[in-house]
Ligand binder design. Structure first.
Ligand code: CU
Length: 69
């Protein structure tokens, strides 16, 4: 079943960052949707059997830090 994961993202400063984080998370297998919000430094991810560690690693690869809220 699909789950909703709330992430706190640190390091984002502009829309480019939002785009980079969105793309990185979207590429993780199982991820269905991503909504990244710059103002609250948060990401709402809907995923089906996705590996959360992989989502966190994908964000880290882009140079940002993600943590499950
Ligand atoms: Cu930026």
């Amino acid at each position: 079943m699909s789950q909703t994961i709330e992430l706190a993202i640190t390091g984002m400063t502009c829309d480019h960052c939002v785009h980079a984080v969105t793309e990185a998370i979207q590429d993780v297998p199982g991820v269905e949707s991503v909504k990244v919000d710059l103002a609250s430094n948060a990401a709402l991810v809907t995923a089906m059997n996705a590996d959360i560690e992989k989502i966190l690693a994908a964000v880290a690869e882009e140079g940002y830090t993600a943590a499950v809220k």
